[in-house]
Ligand binder design. Structure first.
Ligand code: BT5
Length: 314
């Protein structure tokens, strides 16, 4: 985003009604044509700005304070850059091309038009939620990658607790729940050779101010604003999330992560059905193994499952 676009947006974001082109031109000491061109560029990037005879009105009112984002990243050596977009098909794809160029970025979008979940499922990502992908370039052994979904879900849960004083629960393998409903999902994409990872993309989607509880999904959904009954501060959550993630990734204490995950888990101790690509297993969810597998007690045998969709049974 150019400096001029940024300045225009800051003014429009604070305005209650239309702001005229001449007012913007005067305050920013630019020509009206320059203002008009900058507005056009912003619209092309996916921002909703209504243009009326009285001027410009920003329709996206809940944007993150994007001018503060570089400062947040400066405090976190794990990343070197933040890429902020209004609308993209998926932050995963933006992140992938940055990772291929060896750029350690955090990619955030206000909206995704083709947000995705696991196995190519659709992830609804309208304005108001938080949709981001974290790029990790430090190569780690492939056999340790199992910890990343747990670490990420835990960071989301910790940030939710800290930002909003809510009590999240974790559902195997990668969901964060509030009152038993899905508030966040995590998507991991790995890229590696032999037994080492070149890069990892961690997609995190959190329902914050976007209404979701009216939508029909196999697993009921909820947003933080629906739970708390009012709009919440998304920037606060973003900062807490990035700090929580970076702290626990840098600490690299995997057993501690698994045990914290178990403490917050609503899956362990429940009867569950896990649907995997190879079949469906039913049993009591006993524990997580040290290699990240879910251990199921099914009649007289113990089964280890590494991935799949989990359904809590009554
Ligand atoms: C996930 O998949 O839960 C991973 C979601 C990851 C989304 C992030 S957003 C930033 C980054 N960019 C992307 O394109 N993706 C990542 P899974 O466990 O497969 O759950 C997907 C299922 O959740 C869908 O099939 C729906 O049933 C349901 N779903 C879709 N949108 C939802 C939403 N906003 N909230 C709750 N559930 C939703």
């Amino acid at each position: 985003m150019s400096r001029l676009e940024e300045e225009i947006l800051k003014i429009l974001q604070q305005a209650e009604k239309e702001i005229s082109g001449s007012f913007l031109a005067k305050s920013l000491q630019k020509s009206r044509t320059a203002i008009w061109k900058a507005i056009k560029r912003l619209k092309n990037k996916g921002l909703s700005i209504a243009v009326t005879s009285k001027g410009y009105l920003l329709q996206d009112k809940d944007l993150l304070p994007f001018w503060e984002l570089p400062k947040v990243i400066e405090e976190l050596p794990l990343w070197e850059r933040v890429v902020y977009e209004f609308e993209v098909p998926s932050t995963m794809d933006v992140a992938r091309s940055l990772a291929e160029d060896q750029i350690r970025a955090v990619v955030i979008a206000e909206r995704q038009t083709q947000g995705r979940g696991r196995l190519g499922r659709e992830w609804l990502s309208p304005s108001g939620g938080l949709w981001l992908t974290l790029i990790l370039l430090e190569p780690m052994p492939l056999r340790e990658a199992f910890v990343l979904p747990y670490l990420s879900a835990l960071a989301v849960a910790e940030a939710l607790e800290k930002s909003y004083r809510v009590t999240p629960e974790l559902k195997w393998p990668n969901d964060v729940l509030l009152q038993g409903k899905k508030v966040a999902g995590i998507l991991l994409e790995l890229n590696g050779e032999a037994d080492y990872l070149k890069f990892v993309l961690i997609g995190i989607g959190v329902n914050l101010n976007n209404p979701v509880s009216h939508l029909t999904f196999p697993q009921e959904a909820i947003s933080v604003s629906e739970l708390l009954g009012g709009k919440v501060d998304r920037f606060l959550f973003l900062k807490n999330l990035l700090h929580a993630f970076a702290k626990s990734y840098e600490e690299a204490n995997w057993p501690k992560i698994l045990s914290r995950w178990k403490e917050l888990s609503s899956t362990l101790g429940k009867k569950v059905r896990v649907q995997t690509l190879h079949g469906s297993y039913e049993g009591l969810a006993l524990d997580l193994d040290d290699d990240g597998a879910l251990i199921l007690q099914s009649q007289d045998q113990r089964i280890k499952v590494y991935s799949g969709d989990c359904f809590h049974l009554r």
